[in-house]
Design a protein around this ligand. Structure first.
Ligand SMILES: Cc1ncc(C[n+]2csc(CCOP(=O)(O)OP(=O)(O)O)c2C)c(N)n1
Ligand SMILES: [Mg+2]
Length: 629
């Protein structure tokens, strides 16, 4: 039955038509909320969501463009990266087939939720009617037929629903949009679509498909909370700010700079917050915590007030709660999410970063830290920058050190270009050593630090900002875990420059293992030696450059630092699809130390002397750990 006020469409057609009409609006500017849809089709979605996307593309290719991914995990990473680049105001949807196609998205869901990034997941699900149960890839939980593999998304999603009947769809869609567009709530929003329901027709109220604009608020701080925060800050002699991802998502970097300059409070940065201030600003201390600069970590150690802005205080930021050693240290936390704002028993401002910084600047007008304090921050930062300069130009041989590779990428990339990384030894080295020049120029996924994010994430970054060159830094371990979105980049003609750093194994975990007394066990890519029976034989003959080439990617092989620079310049100058620059580095050269720590427990009893010694060091550090109750 159709009437003037209803539209007869399948559930899938309704989803597509609805998504094409959703917008966010912040500061009076509108953005498409869901700009496109990644997918991999199987029997679970090919004739449902697939048919709807086809129909939309035929009618209007811009309605909800479809992108064919290679791995469902990869497409979620790309969508999360896209959303991060777009300040969480736009994202992409992901459609996956039933069973393994859908559960492949679980890791991506966790990554998005942990990093507070919006992604819309549309896993397919078993027949609502159960007419043909068990269908291919159905879990069949004998305890309850309404449990499917997709229930595994529940703890990983900030919104979860399953549309057993078409009538449930409008509420599910509106619930998902609310979460995607709310910076305090955001993360993965999951709507499971049973195979048969996807294809079922229904008479939808026409207004479901009207343009809908989701206002993204900038909550202002409550006056009383502001007064409490101002009291604490005024009492400080050695305050520092810790800028997290929230500063960048809120586009609060100018407000941060003005506040810092007016008050003389220096700024340290988390992984997600790096780029909040340019590296050479006189009040920029750079990275803080386990992978921090000595400048930030020395200032943090003595700080009597820590102003966290848009940070969730991960263990890397707090050096596992050892970074802040002043006996009476107090925290002031600005965050849109009350959950994060109350951490470390802080005085909390549950509010937007930009609004809060503006309000704090006004309330603290005329107040400032002492000149000597500012000067100490500047001097420590200058000292660290000399350390960076040395690390960039070590002259190490025969293979370059990783810090030299990072130096060249920093030099060759333009000020607005983006460096992307996620796991291995590079995120820590980049956090310390990367000279950031633009708030969007540093994109290291370190909430989940997920091997395999790098290339897929780089793809999403470039899709979100085609006017910036994207430099993906990926280790051989991460590359082997997930490089297949290179093929997506080839297909779409999307340019990303991938710096593939070959060091024959896990430099990061090898080094960690050694410091924890586990002797780099099981972290090298070596043959099993016939005599020792252990993985300490010759290097494996794996050729990742040729592997990338076989995917249709242009590959440049670099040897020395100068050669790498030349190849990277050629890659930057190239047009069209992805380029891989392959370089081998020495896995035994570490970046300069942070004077910091990370809590990774060491065996309390052991037969190995290396472990026994490491445990003693561990216990000494453990004594510095604080609870901040
Ligand atoms: C999916 C996933 N599995 C395991 C880990 C744990 N892990 C962190 S770094 C790392 C090794 C990374 O190796 P590679 O990419 O070669 O970088 P390198 O350490 O050599 O710099 C591992 C196994 C992880 N972060 N993500
Ligand atoms: Mg490696």
């Amino acid at each position: 039955m159709t009437s003037a006020d209803t539209v007869r469409l399948t559930v899938s057609q309704a989803v597509v038509r609805f998504l094409a009409q959703q917008y966010t609006e912040r500061d009076g500017v509108e953005h498409r909320l869901v700009e496109g849809c990644f997918g991999i089709f199987g029997h679970g979605n090919v004739a449902g969501v697939g048919q709807a996307l086809l129909q939309a593309e035929v009618e209007d290719p811009h309605r909800l463009p479809y992108y064919l991914a290679r791995n469902e995990q990869g497409m979620v990473h790309a969508s999360a990266a896209f959303a991060r680049m777009r300040h969480r105001l736009s994202t992409l949807a992901c459609t996956a087939s039933i069973g393994p196609g859908s559960t492949n998205m679980l890791t991506g869901a966790a990554l998005a939720t942990i990093n507070r990034l919006p992604v819309l997941l549309l896993p397919s699900d078993v027949f609502a009617t159960r007419a043909a149960s068990p269908v291919l890839q159905e879990l069949e939980d004998p305890r309850g037929y309404d449990v499917t593999v997709n229930d595994a998304f529940r703890p990983l999603s900030r919104f979860f629903d399953r549309v057993w009947r078409p009538e449930q769809l409008p509420a599910a869609l509106l619930g998902a949009m609310r979460v995607l567009a709310d910076p305090a709530e955001t993360g993965a929003a999951t709507i499971c679509l049973p195979q048969d329901v996807q294809a079922a027709a229904h008479d939808w109220p026409a207004e479901l498909f009207d343009k809908r604009v989701w206002h993204v608020a900038r909550p202002v701080p409550e006056q009383a909370a502001l007064a409490r925060a101002v009291d604490v800050i005024r009492s400080a002699e050695r305050p520092i700010m810790v800028a997290g991802g929230g500063v960048i998502y809120s586009e609060a970097t100018d407000a941060l700079r003005s506040f810092a300059e007016a008050t003389g409070i220096p700024v340290a940065e988390t992984q997600a917050g790096k780029g909040s201030l340019p590296y050479d600003h006189p009040l920029s201390l750079g990275a803080v915590g386990s992978t921090g600069t000595t400048a930030a970590n020395r200032m943090a150690r003595d700080a009597d007030v820590v102003i966290g802005i848009g940070t969730r205080y991960s263990d890397f930021t707090t050096a596992s709660r050892t970074a802040f050693q002043h006996p009476g240290v107090r925290f002031v936390n600005v965050n849109v999410a009350a959950f994060d704002a109350t951490k470390h028993a802080g005085v909390s401002l549950v509010a937007d970063a930009r609004e809060s910084l503006t309000a704090l600047a006004e309330a603290l007008s005329g107040w400032s830290t002492a000149d000597a304090y500012r000067e100490r921050a500047r001097a420590l930062a200058a000292e660290w920058d000399e350390t960076v300069e040395r690390a960039y130009h070590l002259g190490h041989g025969p293979l370059p050190a990783q810090s030299e590779v990072i130096g060249v990428v920093n030099e060759v990339s333009g000020p607005r270009d983006v460096v992307v990384c996620a796991a291995g030894s590079m995120p820590g080295d980049l956090h310390k050593l990367w000279r950031s020049r633009d708030p969007k120029g540093y994109h290291v996924e370190y909430g989940y630090s997920c091997m395999g994010y790098e290339i897929a994430g780089g793809l999403g970054v470039r899709m979100a900002s085609p006017d910036r060159d994207v430099f993906v830094m990926v280790g051989d371990g991460s590359y082997l875990m997930m490089a297949q979105e290179l093929v997506t980049a080839v297909q779409e003609g999307i340019k990303i420059v991938v710096v593939l750093v070959q060091n024959h194994g896990f430099h990061s975990i090898g080094d960690l293992s050694e410091t924890l007394g586990s002797q780099r066990f099981g972290t090298r890519y070596r043959y099993r030696d016939a005599d020792s029976g252990r993985l300490d034989g010759d290097k494996l003959p794996v050729d990742l450059a040729t592997n990338a080439e076989s995917l249709g990617v242009r590959v440049l092989r670099a040897t020395t630092v100068d050669d790498f620079r030349a190849k990277l310049q050629a890659a930057k100058a190239s047009d069209g699809g992805p380029v891989v620059v392959h370089v081998e580095t020495d896995p035994l050269v570490n970046a300069p130390g942070s004077e910091s720590w990370w809590d990774v427990p060491v065996s309390e009893v052991a037969d190995l002397d290396s472990t026994v010694q490491a445990r003693k060091t561990y216990e000494a550090h453990k004594a510095d750990q604080r609870l901040f109750l």
